[in-house]
Design a protein around this ligand. Structure first.
Ligand SMILES: O=C(O)CCC(=O)C(=O)O
Ligand SMILES: [Fe+2]
Length: 291
């Protein structure tokens, strides 16, 4: 089914309403008119000069420590979310995505059960966001979707939103929502603040997959070395506390069923490996690849 994303102007959205209707139910929302930046000064060259830190280079973005200064102001609503008792915030919770026109970020959901608050600064992006109850197939153990280039969303199979973000839009992207993102203008810059709820959410298929995978990673640590680039001991910023909380209700049988389900996807992975590799390479190649 095609879903319609809610759009609300920041000035008409009390924080309590955001929490009650979107943050806690984990429902996506575009908050409009979050004009906390000045496009004349927050330019691509400023970003390149100040945030190209090779130690913080990730698959297709750069991480950064929190900054809240004259150039980059953290929107108040983002501060309020990051300050909540029930959110865990990692050491470098800001991600910068800056890509050239034509770039497509392959469908995936973010690891570490991350919620994102993603602000468009320059350019325009098209988002296809799929419900965690009708997800695309995943690469075994991973968060990227296992689909080829000619994959088509099917409204009878997938529940998805399709919408664009323009400068001043702040997208709340709840954890486990699969997203594919198209960069539509010559330069497209987003700042994304991320955090992990301290409690699991097993109300969706991907929410259940996540806690089962957390239990697997906790019980069979070899899996971490084999499949995961990130540091499990630092899961969601808090590490062990979150790992225990997330995996608490997963029985051993359920964990092994998950292991079998993931392993069963290998034949399909071999078929699509080349295409998936190409798309992942493009994600890295286009990271900050703008003039
Ligand atoms: O902007 C993009 O191309 C990808 C954004 C993304 O994956 C995210 O915000 O988690
Ligand atoms: Fe993402």
């Amino acid at each position: 089914m095609r879903l319609e994303i809610d759009k609300r102007k920041l000035s008409d959205l009390p924080y309590e309403e955001f929490v009650e209707k979107y943050l806690l139910p984990e429902k996506p929302l575009v908050i409009q008119n979050v004009m906390t930046f000045n496009k004349e000064v927050l330019t691509p060259s400023y970003i390149l000069e100040n945030f190209t830190d090779e130690n913080k280079r990730e698959a297709g973005w750069f991480d950064a420590d929190l900054v809240d200064n004259a150039m980059i102001k953290i929107p108040e609503i983002v501060k309020s979310v990051l300050d909540r008792q029930d959110m865990s915030v990692r050491k470098s919770p800001m991600r910068l995505f800056m890509q050239p026109g034509g770039h497509v970020t392959l469908p995936h959901y973010d690891g570490n059960s991350l919620h994102g608050l993603n602000q468009q600064i320059i350019g325009k992006k098209k988002w296809i966001v799929t419900s965690p109850n009708t997800p695309l197939p995943n690469i075994p153990f991973m968060f990227a979707s296992m689909v080829g280039k000619n994959f088509k969303y099917n409204a009878t199979v997938h529940d998805f939103y399709e919408f664009e973000t323009v400068p001043g839009d702040l997208l709340f992207l709840p954890r486990y929502m699969v997203h594919e993102v198209h960069s539509l203008e010559p330069v497209n810059l987003n700042l994304n603040w991320v955090c992990t709820p301290t409690y699991p959410n097993e109300s969706s298929l991907l929410g259940r997959r996540e806690v089962e995978i957390v239990k697997l990673r906790k019980t069979l640590p070899l899996i971490n070395k084999a499949f995961f680039p990130d540091k499990f001991s630092n899961y969601g910023g808090q590490g062990q506390e979150l790992i225990d909380r997330y995996s608490r209700d997963v029985s051993t049988i359920r964990m092994f069923k998950r292991l079998v389900k993931e392993l069963a996807r290998y034949p399909r992975l071999f078929l699509l490996a080349k295409q998936l590799k190409e798309r992942a390479n493009e994600f890295s190649k286009n990271n900050f690849n703008v003039k």
